[in-house]
Design a protein around this ligand. Structure first.
Ligand code: MTE
Length: 300
């Protein structure tokens, strides 16, 4: 059954997508009240209102398909996502190549509406479908002494045009501390709005860690390794001064080149005010305990 967390409202708890669209259209129809101004107030209200399918699937970061925000939506159709398997290895009792269908059959799929905050200081609200990463790690059986989990994206330059360029060191890799990986908020997403995950959003399976900057949420995963050493991560390798291993959303720790105190909501419209960024992206109550006693300026 779905666990209920303070911040992962299900779609029934918030304005249903269609009702929301209708309301936007309705409001947009009023003279003198532009769509943009109305949309600017969304998600400042008490509840999280998901971004539209259009916004979530056309404004993306997926450098394997190019560095422009609309490149993934244009180029990711070339990616073949079937057959797909995920190698799980390292400190696990049952290492092996797990077929995507086998994983899906073994997991309970639920919907989680999460805030999503990119390190570039824009944000969205996404209604993900997927399962807890912990359930997949349990399937493989994490061994005593394990401390970290690393993740790797597919490397297939024939289909991933951006991999022909050195914008990053391919394949894209990420990592979490084991307790972060096992946290009930950490999920593997396989869908959005109840539909299959679009390629540009990381099909067929991508990580979602809602209290960390978006780049930790690695897409199109083909390998998961359980280890006792902190694994290398793509953005940290590219620029260690700007991107740390932890990368927890923190309005008090600025990026060396810009403030992290506020964020721009995608879909908010041209005239929308920036909103304050929340500690741990609003999940402080759930995750602050993971970092007790840690200097978050130093371990950024
Ligand atoms: N994963 C891979 N493999 N390659 C990437 O370029 N970009 C990251 C993250 N995961 C990225 C990735 C960044 S910077 C962000 S903000 C999110 O994916 C964007 O997710 P979205 O496009 O679904 O919003």
């Amino acid at each position: 059954m779905a666990h209920r967390w303070k911040n992962d409202l299900t779609r029934d708890d918030v304005t249903p997508y269609d009702a929301f669209l209708n309301r936007r259209q309705l409001m947009g129809g009023f003279a003198g009240l532009g769509l943009a101004a109305m949309a600017g107030t969304k998600a400042q209200a008490a509840d999280l209102e998901p971004n539209t399918w259009e916004e979530i699937t056309t404004y993306n970061n997926f450098y394997e398909f190019g560095t422009g925000k609309d490149d993934p939506a244009k180029n990711a159709h070339r990616l073949t996502t079937s057959p797909w398997s995920v190698t799980i290895d390292g400190m696990v009792d049952r290492p092996g190549d797990y077929k995507f269908e086998e994983i899906m059959a073994a997991m309970t799929i639920e919907e989680r509406i999460y805030r999503f905050r990119c390190v570039e200081a824009w944000s969205m609200v996404v209604p993900w479908n997927g399962f807890e990463l912990k359930d997949l790690l349990d399937l493989a059986g994490v061994q005593d002494g394990a401390k970290y989990v690393s993740f790797e994206t597919l490397y297939r330059p024939d289909e991933m045009v951006g991999q022909k360029y050195g914008s990053l060191d391919w394949p894209y890799v990420e990592g979490l501390r084991l307790d972060e990986a096992l946290h009930p908020l950490t999920m593997m997403a396989t869908g959005i709005y109840g539909k299959t995950l679009p390629n540009q959003n990381g099909a067929p399976m991508r990580l979602v860690v809602p209290w960390k900057y978006g780049f930790k949420s690695i897409k199109s995963i083909v390998k998961i390794s359980v280890t006792d050493k902190e694994p290398p991560t793509s953005w940290n390798k590219a620029n260690g001064r700007e991107y740390g291993f932890y990368s927890n959303v923190n309005p008090e720790v600025d990026h060396p080149r810009w403030s992290q105190a506020t964020e721009r909501q995608i879909g908010g419209g041209l005239f929308a005010k920036r909103i304050p960024t929340l500690m741990f992206n609003g999940y402080e109550e759930e995750v602050a305990g993971l970092y007790e006693g840690m200097d978050l300026q130093r371990f950024f």
